[in-house]
Design a protein around this ligand. Structure first.
Ligand code: SRM
Ligand code: SF4
Length: 571
């Protein structure tokens, strides 16, 4: 491994932690076994992330528990590893039951196409992981400074191309897994690796990556995975009906901190075109370049986007080229038009059907009059195909035979859920992050307030005659950007309770970031401010002009900046 660059500043604390952890073991096992507290040490918390676990506490209960002199209501969030968001019906049933038995009991579909459990108390975490293991699922590398859950298009067809791209995504996901047996030892009681051959991490090395690393695969014309927000992206190039290869993108990432101009969202650059069979080779070259040159002194500057921003894409391309056995080619043309999931029933070329079901914020639970968890369980009980979780927190029930199509429709009908897709264009495109009460970083509400925020905007859209227009609104509880708000036509980013930074003007297809419109605004004031803009858009928009395009052209002052760097040239 290259030793470049020698940091002049001290290494970030996590670096020492990683190197001393014996490949991500640390004291996690003894911390979990300690019954004197529901918490684990900060070091174990940091290391647990590599195993897909975050220690959290229920923030709604903090004050009351403090008054009673009790410790916080600690519990783990557990994120499943699920390349391309693909789960079998049997796996769905296992996760559903685990959520009921030992978690919150809702299941949460994430913006990277997987499931999260919340509220798993320490004493139950091994039970949860063993339960997932029975269904051939795990949470390895779902968080931490490694290649995270790999995204891939779940829709729209069970076509040859889709299957090939899914396979490449799943292969890369497996290829880039850490090799340590720590997870199996700690959570599955596998025999300790001790005294034998020392473990090696051939690709990561002992300190893994400087920071998280994310990969997504897209098949144009859909940019459902927001490929330019990924550290590493593969855009499928289809020529004469066949997968010719991929345009590779590098250096996307969205997280920033309010008031820190050195942190910013960045769209990826295009590295070049590669043949399809070179996905892992080029992925390893990109990942190891970041391993060797990423900033290990400052975690706020440690993502690949900063390495590329600081050193330039030409330098990065040269470094990757040195590490691969073939020549990167010029990028090939591609065109993205949408990010929206196809909702409702669609027939596929192989004679099966799929059903795209809208689930606001991906929260699967039962509430009075909305028994979504029960309905999906009943569907899983009879379903012969699989479930595909989408990057927009929705679900696709795929591989449905004509007879099962009738049965699935009947289940949705029985539970009053057959009109979930008959929502406004705004609602169907809306995303929110989890935020309160579980996210320790939330500065404002997100998921819990989304329904009422949408209702307020829907009234305005109704008046403007825009109810069915696809407009993307995304809200997060803090600037980390977990539902990719900087790629939304209307982006709300939490600043403080009830206050958000408002961003406008992204391109609907995910190829242009939005820009700051108001640094701090309440939702009600934002509705008032945006009402005349929405009405003007309805009257003045040009042919095919999206709301984001209109704001970019006619509303945002020319000097309204967002640290918007890295513009995908061929998009
Ligand atoms: Fe995220 C941290 C939830 C997608 C950028 N994210 C967190 C944590 C774990 C909070 C924490 O560190 O304590 C949140 C847990 C909340 C909870 O209670 O569940 C959290 N992130 C989520 C999810 C569940 C949001 C959702 O509502 O779906 C998404 C899980 C994805 C998955 O399945 O792997 C999620 N997070 C994202 C995305 C979007 C994406 O990857 O497509 C981003 C922006 C893209 C990016 O990474 O640049 C994102 N999350 C962050 C960041 C900022 C990273 C940065 O470079 O600055 C943090 C904070 C951090 O890492 O320090 C963060
Ligand atoms: Fe938490 Fe912020 Fe991510 Fe929302 S955007 S889940 S508040 S870290």
């Amino acid at each position: 491994m290259s030793t470049e660059p020698t940091p002049s500043k001290p290494l970030a604390v996590n670096e020492t932690m990683k190197i001393n952890s014996r490949h991500l073991r640390g004291n996690i096992a003894s911390d979990i076994a300690d019954t004197s507290t529901g918490n684990i040490t900060e070091e174990s918390n940091q290391l647990s992330k590599f195993h897909g676990l975050y220690m959290q506490d229920n923030r709604d209960l903090r004050n009351a528990l403090k008054k009673e002199g009790k410790e916080k209501a600690f519990a783990f969030m557990c994120r499943v590893r699920l390349a391309g968001g693909k789960a079998t019906a049997k796996q769905w049933l296992v996760l559903d039951k685990l959520a009921d038995d030992i978690a919150s009991p809702s299941l949460r579909l994430t913006t990277r196409q997987t499931f999260q459990f919340h509220g798993v108390v320490k004493g139950n975490i091994k039970k949860l992981i063993k339960g997932m293991h029975q269904a051939l699922l795990d949470s390895i590398a779902a968080c931490g400074d490694v290649n995270r859950n790999v995204m891939a298009p779940p829709n729209p067809e069970r076509s040859e191309i889709l299957e090939q791209v899914y396979k490449h995504a799943a292969d890369w996901s497996n290829y880039a897994l850490p090799k340590t047996r720590a997870y199996h030892e700690i959570f599955l009681d596998e025999e300790l690796v001790a005294g034998g051959e020392p473990e090696v991490e051939p690709m990561y090395g002992d300190t893994y990556l400087p920071r998280k690393f994310k990969t997504g695969f897209a098949i144009p014309p859909s940019n459902d995975v927001d490929v330019f927000s990924q550290d590493l992206g593969y855009i499928a190039i289809v020529e004469n009906g066949k997968l010719a290869g991929y345009n590779v993108t590098v250096g996307g990432g969205l997280g920033m901190s309010h008031g820190n101009a050195e942190t910013f969202p960045r769209l990826a650059d295009i590295l070049g075109f590669i043949p399809a069979e070179k996905v892992n080779e080029v992925g390893e070259a990109v990942l190891t370049t970041q391993r060797d040159f990423g900033d290990r002194t400052n975690r706020k500057h440690a993502r690949l986007k900063y390495t590329i921003q600081d050193r330039g894409i030409e330098w990065f391309r040269g470094e990757v080229q040195k590490r691969i056995t073939f020549k990167l080619e010029e990028p090939r043309p591609f065109h993205f038009t949408t990010i929206e999931d196809p909702f409702g029933w669609h027939e596929c070329t192989d004679g099966t059907w799929f059903y795209g079901l809208h689930i606001l914020s991906g929260r699967i639970k039962d509430t009075p009059g909305w028994p979504m968890k029960t309905a999906l369980r009943e569907i899983a009980e009879i379903h012969e195909g699989d479930f595909r979780l989408t990057p927009s927190q929705n679900v696709t029930i795929s591989g449905v035979s004509p007879s099962k199509k009738v049965e699935i429709s009947a289940i949705l009908e029985k539970h009053g859920l057959s009109h979930e897709n008959d929502r406004s264009g705004l609602r169907l495109n809306a995303l929110s992050c989890v935020a309160l009460p579980t996210c320790g970083l939330a500065l404002a509400e997100s998921e819990r307030d989304l329904p009422s925020i949408l209702s307020k905007f829907e009234n305005v859209l109704d008046e403007a005659g825009l109810r069915d227009d696809a407009i993307s609104l995304r809200i997060t509880g803090c600037p980390n950007g977990c539902c990719r708000p900087y790629l939304a036509e209307i982006g709300f980013v939490g600043k403080a309770p009830g206050k958000y930074a408002l961003y406008l003007g992204a391109k609907y297809n995910g190829t242009r970031l939005n820009r700051l419109f108001s640094p701090s605004i309440s939702i009600d004031d934002a509705v008032t401010t945006l009402t005349p803009i929405i009405k003007r858009y309805a009257k003045e928009r040009q042919q095919g002009e999206g709301f984001g395009d209109f704001c970019d052209r006619a509303i945002l002052p020319a000097d309204a900046t967002f640290h918007s760097v890295g513009t995908p040239k061929a998009a």
